[in-house]
Design a binder for this molecule. Structure first.
Ligand code: SF4
Length: 703
């Protein structure tokens, strides 16, 4: 398990975004792209190239800490096991929870899910991936019958039109955006960007639609209606492979009877809407990319389905250069979905349904298997605040800074009777509330697999020894599970043991038409695991090399074998701007930072690009609220406030302001922007509306 320091570069995977670039990890500070990896062919972005500079131990948590004091590992693990055991005995299994992370490797995720759902007997394991792609998961399940991404990255190379909606791919998935702009060079691919902000992606588009926030369903319902009106739908495909077309079309028509109605509500010139619709209608090879701007919404699932409806209507799915394509935010958001890291899923894409419960119960030999879904992220922290959850384990994430309504989350963490945090660092806004801190192994030290946005499973390999007393997260979970009395079920020696079990479960007995199946990897040897090449699931005995695209045959994993059109209606965000809070606060990523900056914040050349949080505001709003460029401003909402340096920007439309998500209390004297963000969630997916909080601004003076 413990790697020796590598003297040669080791093939591994970048731990930042869901693109999942292959990199050559090793002792050199500059990380190189892996030219053999089919995602990036040797390219890396600024964050990826600086990975080598994040490997120092200066700020690392290297030993267990209990109640603020260094403790022995055995004492810390005994305490965690005893407190969780006692809490469950006294208050029942739903009194405990795990809040985990898309930073975890699939093997970590699998074991944590198995302990909580299988052996503790509660569904209370959820993940910070709830914040990045839960609406896509829900939209896929409604449309396809299963959470499946049909596309592959080659579709970006082969499309004639790429529509990016709610995706600043130029900053957030830079290597994929390069593939799109390369396609423009080589084949003349047109790029349409749909976003309330003029992002770097919008600036590079052939057509930019600066829609009003929250109008995506209307825009795509309008497109759906237009396609039907102009005869651009594929009636043969619709009849053969789908259901629900007529109802969905009728509903779309109520919202968007014509282009004028769409233009008025979306706030975009009619000619630009028509240009987009015409381009979509006449171009066969269309990929629609969507990301957090779609997902992080109180209507996120409906937005996803409005997009998918347009691809189903034209039969443009599962064939080269076409399909709806959700870009995942985190490096292993997809892996977490595979193993059931979301509170409302079982493992291996199974659901809380009797046949699936029975199958998983028998496979794990877990008679206490949770019978119902657990609490989703925002609800989980509400339950913590209300005392319904009494013990929580946070793995590799910083909910105090990243969840909405950060003040309430901090209150909940303070109130938690027993809080465990396993992380690489001890100074996060969450870790400071912990009763027990467990020192987790980081990138370059741990070993396992991750899955990227195109379903490609890649290896993360260790190239450095474990420093101090650090351990990989799966090992902590297994140690705790064994101390809680579940020794046999958690007797793993190495990540390959866990991976084989995960793969075997995916093919266990007849799971109907489900697509997720990696049973072809269930018997790989340790040596084969070590040398595993990146491969796209499904991987079965017959299909050892995986599958690029799915649904090209028009067959879907729904009970009737058909994809389902979903009738979706336009509704505004849950919390609308009003006279007290007249602006809409949008939050998002910067090009050179990752999440709460525990790694990228260590790299001087990345920090130099944006050394402090900056509020972007239009010139009109700056004038209206007496905000000076380069001065400080206070952003206040009904939930909290944030302070930031001001940049008057033509990227912002009047009425909208933008704050980067990355800064935390630990990183900035100004505090975390998350304190101001509203906690409204999508009713279907539970994903928070991180991109739409009513707010006001005023100048701020440091006293
Ligand atoms: Fe890493 Fe994403 Fe950059 Fe690739 S695009 S190098 S995965 S941060």
């Amino acid at each position: 398990m413990t790697a020796l320091p590598a003297t040669e570069p080791v093939r591994t995977t970048c731990p930042y975004c869901g693109t999942g670039c292959g990199v050559l990890g090793g002792p050199s500070p500059a990380t190189k792209g892996d030219s053999a990896h089919p995602t990036n062919f040797g390219r890396v972005c600024a964050k990826g190239s600086a990975l080598g500079e994040t490997l120092g131990l200066e700020n690392r948590l290297l030993h267990p800490i209990v109640n603020g004091e260094r403790a022995s590992m055995s004492d810390a693990l005994d305490l965690v096991a005893r407190r969780f055991y006692e809490t469950i005995e006294t208050h029942g299994p739903d009194s405990v929870a795990f809040y985990v992370s898309g930073q975890l490797l699939t093997e970590d995720y699998y074991v944590a899910n198995k302990l909580m759902k299988g052996f503790i007997g509660s569904g209370n394991i959820d993940t910070n991936s709830r914040l990045c792609m839960a609406s896509s998961v829900a939209g896929h399940k409604r449309a396809f019958g299963e959470d499946v991404v049909p596309c592959c990255y080659e579709d970006l190379d082969e499309a004639d039109l790429v529509v990016l909606t709610g995706s600043n791919a130029a900053w957030c998935h830079p290597i994929l955006f390069r593939r799109i702009t390369d396609a423009r060079q080589s084949r003349g691919t047109k790029i349409v960007t749909i976003d309330p902000r003029r992002t770097a992606t919008a600036a590079d588009a052939d057509l930019f639609l600066p829609v009003n926030p929250g109008t995506d369903v209307l825009l795509f319902n309008g497109l759906f209606s237009y396609l039907a009106r102009t005869g651009a739908v594929d009636l043969d495909y619709i009849g053969r492979s789908t259901s629900g077309f007529a109802q969905a079309l009728e509903r779309a028509g109520l919202d968007a009877p014509d282009i004028d109605a769409v233009a008025e509500i979306c706030g975009v010139p009619r000619d630009d809407i028509e240009a987009f619709y015409t381009l979509f209608a006449k171009t066969q090879r269309v990929v629609t990319v969507y990301s957090q701007g779609v997902n992080q919404s109180s209507r996120g699932t409906d937005k996803v389905n409005a997009i998918i409806n347009c691809h189903l209507a034209t039969g443009r799915i599962g064939r080269p250069g076409m399909g709806p394509f959700s870009f995942t935010g985190q490096p292993n958001a997809m892996g977490g979905r595979e193993v059931g890291g979301l509170a409302n899923q079982l493992a291996a894409h199974m659901n809380f349904e009797e046949a699936d419960l029975d199958r998983v119960r028998r496979f794990w030999n877990a008679p206490r298997l949770a019978a119902k879904a657990g609490l989703k992220a925002v609800d989980m922290f509400d339950a913590l605040l209300e005392g319904r959850i009494k013990a929580m384990w946070v793995m590799g994430t910083n909910p105090a800074a990243s969840l909405p309504d950060g003040n309430r989350v901090r209150e909940a963490l303070k109130k938690c009777e027993f809080l465990v945090v396993s992380d690489c660092v001890a100074d996060t806004d969450t870790a400071k509330h912990a009763d027990v801190l467990l020192p987790a192994a980081g990138w370059g030290e741990k070993d396992g697999t991750v899955t990227n946005s195109e379903r490609r499973i890649s290896r993360q390999r260790a190239f450095m020894p474990l420093p101090g007393e650090t351990l990989p997260d799966w090992k902590f979970v297994a140690e705790i599970a064994q101390r809680m009395g579940f020794a046999d079920a958690f007797d793993y020696r190495r990540p390959a043991d866990i991976f084989r079990e995960h793969a075997a479960l995916s093919g266990f007995e007849n799971r109907g038409a489900r697509v997720f199946d990696i049973s072809g990897l269930a018997e790989i040897s340790d040596a084969e695991f070590e040398s595993l090449h990146p491969v796209q699931w499904p991987v079965t005995g017959e299909r050892r090399h995986g599958k690029q695209r799915l649904f090209g045959d028009g067959k879907y994993p729904a009970p009737d074998g058909r994809a389902c059109f979903i009738a979706v209606a336009h509704h505004g965000p849950v919390n609308a701007a009003d006279p007290d809070f007249p602006l809409v606060l949008n939050t998002g990523r910067l090009r050179d930072q990752w999440h709460t900056m525990t790694r990228t914040g260590e790299v001087a050349k990345l920090m130099m690009q944006a050394p402090e949080p900056v509020l972007e505001i239009s010139a009109a709003d700056a004038a209206a609220f007496a905000i000076a460029d380069a001065g400080l401003a206070e952003v206040t909402s009904s939930w909290g406030r944030a302070i930031a340096r001001v940049r008057i920007s033509s990227a912002q439309r009047p009425g909208q302001i933008f704050l980067p998500m990355h800064w935390t209390d630990a990183m900035s004297a100004f505090g975390s922007p998350g304190r101001a963000v509203n906690p409204a969630c999508d009713a279907v997916s539970g994903q928070p509306e991180l991109k739409h909080t009513p707010a006001r601004v005023r100048p701020f003076a440091v006293r």
